[in-house]
Structures are given as structure tokens and as C-alpha cells.
Design a protein around this ligand. Structure first.
Ligand code: PLP
Length: 430
């Protein structure tokens, strides 16, 4: 047997990143409820502060529980390093501001998670960062939006609200040609379904609150770094100018052997350390429980969602259905390429009778929970136009393909006959 066997994702999900803690030999990952960590002596403390040695200092910036989760998720995504944050939203914000500063520009697909769209459209401009939105997979528009101020490209693997699949390799080609990092929010397609780094992503973001946690029990986010992007181009000022936030360190030049993970080190030492969006270790522990069964659950969510989509597409009261895994869906070819293990747990559809019928269905359905979340073991339902995407103007809603009849389903792990039965019962009422 080879000594360096590479494990499958199912195995990594259960073992990666953990070394048995030598004092107690606890088998499960312990929760380290501590604010700070003892230095061995002053020199040890000084070495840790100067990044001459990596180790625990203070739990705002690192914690051994979070460390296991970070290493495990980096392993699942095939990345070089990971960093957990207090929410997926924080993961997006601190990723962008770990690359861009005032005057810089981001080119983003427009079919974003509602909260991210608002952050890019209404918050970042106040900080002097311009986001240029382009329709997903419109590569001519992406090329046209890139200029000398562009510092990154941002996409989601499966977008809102109609679940278009991004052609990651098409984006990666453009990003590479312009020497820009490609940031991919892969929340809707956790690692067993899709590993964006294999398709050219440099930075992968997940909200842990969704399928990775998997049980609707916590808020968190993670950023995975491919460890390959070259930050020495002077246009990345935050990596090439001496950092006033870290005693003049130039992150692209002064990290020695840690240079490949300059992005993650900066995110930790500037983002976490001085802006403070830390994930509590108790939450990290909850997410670790989710990760152990993630491969099983991700496949089952996808299997159930495909059956729901197939069933709805034949239902006489259903006007339209979108699911990337559904034969004939506009995203089906991309799903076949990028999502061979399953196209995820989200299904959207419209009922004949429009908005009124949609609201009636949502208000009367059994089994499904009416709430604003996705990626729970429980099946969830929402009317997007009046809730998750209600901050968007009607024009932006239309641009995103969001009709007011759209019903969003996050398909859970209940028995498929019960899920389909609940939908059928509710459809008889509209
Ligand atoms: C939920 C979600 C986020 C935000 O994550 P939170 O953990 O809720 O802050 C970002 N992107 C996508 C695609 C999401 O589904």
C-alpha cells in the first residue's frame, strides 16, 4: 500500500485537517473555548507576531477548532488554505476588500444572491469600489467591463434567481488573460458536487450556513485559496505596497515560503485581526458535524431535487420549471459538464395563475417551511419577489429573470414521495 494514499472526498470530509489532540486523545474535534493561547516565552510570542512561526495567538484570528474546519474544507475544495468567517456575507465582503481598495473595480456576474447583490450595488460604492455587473456567461460583456482598474472577477456557481450555471472555465480563461483572480461563490454547489479550483477559480467562497452546515443551525462562511495566484503585479496595491495595517509587510514579497497563501494570510492578519469577523468555535464545531455527512447529503439533496423538477415539469398547473439537472433546461449542458454528481438542491418554478397563485401555494403547502434560507435537511419554500429579492427594483428583478410568479424550493432530505406529495396537495389548491 502506498504511504501517501490520496483519499476520496467522502473520506476527507470525515478525517481531513484533524490530528488527535495529544493530551486528552479526544476522538471528536474539541471545541476550544479560549480567548488567548499561552506563549512558551517572549521569543515565541515575538516569532508568532512577526509571522516567523505560525501558531495560536488570540482567538479573534485563529482557533484550533476553526483550524480543523478550515483545513478540512480546503482539502475538500483542493485549495492550499482556508479561512472561516462569521458569515457567508462576511466571507464575500472581506474577500473583495482583501483585494480591492478605493478606486478599484470588480467585474461581477449580475445573477447574485440577493444579499451579495446589495453589498456590491449599494455598500461597496460608498467605499469607492465600483462593481460592474454583467449578465452571467456573457463573455463579451465581461471583456468590455474589464479596464485598468479591474482587480477581480466574481461569479456564483449557480446563480439567483433562475439557477443558471456559470461557465467557470470561460471566466477563468478571461481572468488569466487579464491576470485577475477569479472569485467563485460555490455555496449552491458544495465540494462533492463541484470543485471550482479544478476549473480555474483562484478563490472559492461558501456560506457554511447552507448545505455545508446542512441543518439550518448556524451562520458562518469560509474562503478557500488555491495558493496559485501571483499577487506580485503592482496593480494589487494591497499586496505590493508596505501594509500599514501589518508593520509595513508587503504581502506579495515578504512572506518567504508562505508566499503562495499570501491572500489567506492577509485575510487573517488584516481582515480577521483588525476588522474582526470571527467565527465562534462553537459554530465551527457545528459545521464540522455537517461536513462529515456532506458528501452523502449533497448527493441526496440533488437526487430529490431532480425528481421534484421532473415531477413539476409534467404537472398541468405548473407554468415553467428551472433546475440545471433537468433535461432541456437552459443550463443543462453546463450542468452536465460541471455537476456530474448532481445539480444541487434548489428548484424554482412558476404556477399558472401568476403571483396570486404562487402566494396561495406558498401559504398553504404542508411539510415545507416558509422561510428565507436554503440548504437545510428540511424542505424550504419562499416567494422570492416579495422577500429575498424584494430590495431589488422591479427593473433589476426583471433583468435577473425574476418573475413575480417564481417559487423557490430548497429540497430537503425527507422521503421523495412525501416531498412530491406535499407539492401535489398544494397545487390542487391553486
Ligand atoms: C446564503 C448565501 C450567502 C450569504 O451567506 P450567510 O452565511 O447567510 O451570510 C452568500 N452567497 C450565497 C450564494 C448564499 O446562498
Amino acid at each position: 500500500m502506498s504511504e501517501e494514499r490520496t483519499y476520496h472526498l467522502d473520506t476527507l470530509a470525515i478525517h481531513a485537517g484533524q490530528e488527535i489532540e495529544p493530551t486528552t486523545r479526544a476522538r471528536a474535534v474539541p471545541v476550544y473555548r479560549t480567548t488567548a493561547f499561552n506563549f512558551k516565552n517572549s521569543k515565541h510570542g515575538a516569532d508568532l507576531f512577526a509571522l516567523r512561526e505560525l501558531g495560536n495567538i488570540y482567538a479573534r484570528l485563529m482557533n484550533p477548532t476553526n483550524d480543523v474546519l478550515e483545513k478540512r474544507l480546503a482539502a475538500l475544495d483542493g485549495g492550499a488554505a482556508g479561512l472561516t468567517l462569521s458569515s457567508g456575507t462576511a466571507a464575500v465582503y472581506f474577500t473583495v476588500t482583501n483585494i480591492l481598495r478605493q478606486g478599484d473595480e470588480l467585474v461581477s456576474a449580475s445573477n447574485l444572491y440577493g444579499g451579495t447583490f446589495t453589498q456590491f450595488d449599494a455598500i461597496l460604492p460608498n467605499q469607492g469600489i465600483t462593481v460592474r455587473f454583467t449578465p452571467v456567461n456573457d463573455f463579451a460583456a465581461v471583456e468590455a467591463a474589464i479596464n485598468e482598474k479591474t482587480r477581480a472577477i466574481f461569479i456564483e456557481t449557480i446563480g439567483n434567481p433562475v439557477l443558471d450555471v456559470a461557465d467557470i472555465e470561460g471566466y477563468a480563461k478571461i481572468a488569466q488573460a487579464h491576470r485577475l483572480p477569479l472569485i467563485v461563490d460555490a455555496t449552491f454547489t458544495p465540494p462533492v458536487l463541484l470543485r471550482p479550483i479544478e476549473h480555474g477559480a483562484n478563490i472559492v467562497i461558501h456560506s457554511l450556513s447552507k448545505w455545508i452546515g446542512g441543518h439550518g443551525t448556524g451562520i458562518g462562511g469560509v474562503v478557500i485559496d488555491d495558493g496559485k495566484f501571483d499577487w506580485t503585479d503592482p496593480k494589487f496595491a494591497l499586496y505590493n505596497e508596505p501594509d500599514r495595517g501589518y508593520h509595513g509587510l508587503r504581502f506579495a514579497h515578504d512572506l518567504g515560503p508562505l508566499a503562495p497563501i499570501a491572500f489567506t494570510l492577509r485575510l487573517r492578519t488584516v481582515g480577521l485581526r483588525n476588522q474582526g469577523p470571527t467565527l465562534a468555535p462553537d459554530a465551527a464545531w457545528i459545521f464540522l458535524q455537517g461536513v462529515e455527512s456532506l458528501p452523502l447529503r449533497a448527493r441526496k439533496h440533488s437526487e430529490n431535487a431532480l425528481k421534484v423538477a421532473q415531477h413539476l415539469s409534467k404537472h398541468p398547473k405548473v407554468a415553467w420549471v428551472r433546475y440545471p439537472g433537468l433535461e432541456g433546461d437552459p443550463s443543462n449542458a453546463l450542468a452536465k459538464k460541471y455537476l456530474p454528481e448532481g445539480a444541487g438542491g434548489m428548484v424554482v418554478f412558476g404556477v399558472k395563475g401568476g403571483s396570486d397563485a404562487a402566494i396561495k401555494l406558498v401559504d398553504n403547502i404542508k411539510l415545507f417551511s416558509l422561510l428565507a434560507n436554503v440548504g437545510d435537511a428540511k424542505s424550504l419554500i419562499i416567494h422570492s419577489a416579495s422577500t429575498t429579492h424584494s430590495q431589488l427594483s422591479e427593473e433589476d428583478q426583471k433583468k435577473g429573470g425574476l418573475g413575480d410568479d417564481l417559487i423557490r424550493l430548497s429540497i430537503g432530505l425527507e422521503h421523495i414521495d412525501d416531498i412530491v406529495g406535499a407539492l401535489d396537495d398544494a397545487l390542487t389548491l391553486v
